[in-house]
Design a protein around this ligand. Structure first.
Ligand SMILES: Cc1cc2nc3c(=O)[nH]c(=O)nc-3n(C[C@H](O)[C@H](O)[C@H](O)COP(=O)(O)OP(=O)(O)OC[C@H]3O[C@@H](n4cnc5c(N)ncnc54)[C@H](O)[C@@H]3O)c2cc1C
Length: 244
């Protein structure tokens, strides 16, 4: 029996890398056997050391569609095992093993018949799969209304800053938690139930909601959304791990 492509291991070669912020890298991989992926999906990367030791981690795809080029954005967790290697050392021309695409639940498809508004809520690097959904929406002339609320430490930590500023089909709200943009009328601060109420589609519109970020962020946001009257069945979450 043929192994379904999503559970196959593929070989990907790094064809470009550039720093997205001081602590995050954008990697483009060429994966000749990649079957394409929906916006929001992720893959697993497996690294093998010269002594045979292996470590694997999940990374969301910033790219979508039928292409053998995949784009990842990896934020460095300085105490981590895998992300510092990917951010600082993985060089153009090197190969990594990848498995995927994974995550059929946390995806948005342009062909989806449900045209209700789509609310995206991201914490930190949790913006990667949500960026992918909004970028896919940009290519469609018609479709659901999109809105993104992105909680991030400061302007210089913002991933996809240029692309987000250029989106025309997604309303983008950025909330800085540690340092505001110069001239911003409000001090930085973590998201609250009130910020969410003010900067997202209301429950009366019955939006589909995708929340992604560190585990405590996702749990707090999902709880507030339910308190604000959203149907839990309309809320999809993806947890990146970590404590902040
Ligand atoms: C479905 C999925 C998609 C993901 N997509 C992305 C992505 O697109 N970009 C991205 O940068 N990361 C993403 N992650 C997180 C990624 O898989 C790793 O967890 C992260 O890179 C840390 O790995 P590490 O080996 O460096 O740290 P580890 O060695 O695993 O952990 C070291 C320490 O850091 C803490 N830690 C682990 N993960 C995080 C985190 N995310 N934030 C803060 N602290 C953490 C751990 O609790 C531990 O104390 C995703 C995770 C999942 C489950």
């Amino acid at each position: 029996m043929k192994t379904p492509s999503r559970i196959r291991w593929h070989l990907g070669r790094v064809i470009s890398r550039r720093f997205e912020t001081e602590a995050a890298v954008r990697l483009e991989l060429d994966v000749p056997t990649w079957p394409g992926n929906n916006a929001g999906a992720h893959l697993d990367i497996r690294l093998t050391a010269p002594d045979g030791y292996q470590a694997s981690r999940s990374y969301s795809l910033a790219s979508s569609g039928e292409s053998t080029r995949v784009v990842l954005v990896v934020q460095e967790v300085t105490t981590g095992e895998v992300s510092p290697f990917l951010v600082r050392y993985l060089a153009v021309g090197e190969e990594v093993q990848i498995q995927g695409p994974l995550g059929r639940f946390f995806v948005w498809k342009p062909t989806d018949p449900d045209r209700s508004p789509v609310q995206l809520i991201a914490g930190g690097s949790g913006v990667v799969p949500l960026f992918s959904m909004a970028a896919a929406r940009e290519h469609e002339a018609e479709g659901a209304a999109f809105r993104l609320l992105y909680s991030v430490r400061s302007p210089r930590d913002t991933l996809f800053a240029d692309e987000l500023a250029g989106f025309s089909r997604t309303i983008v709200d950025i909330a800085h938690t540690r340092e505001s943009a110069p001239g911003a009328g409000q001090p930085p601060g973590r998201l609250t139930r009130e910020t969410i109420a003010a900067s997202t589609f209301p429950a009366s519109l019955s939006p589909r909601i995708f929340v992604c970020g560190p585990t405590p962020f996702v749990e707090a946001v999902a709880g507030w959304l339910v308190e604000l009257g959203h149907d839990p069945a309309r809320i999809r979450t993806e947890r990146f791990g970590g404590m902040s």
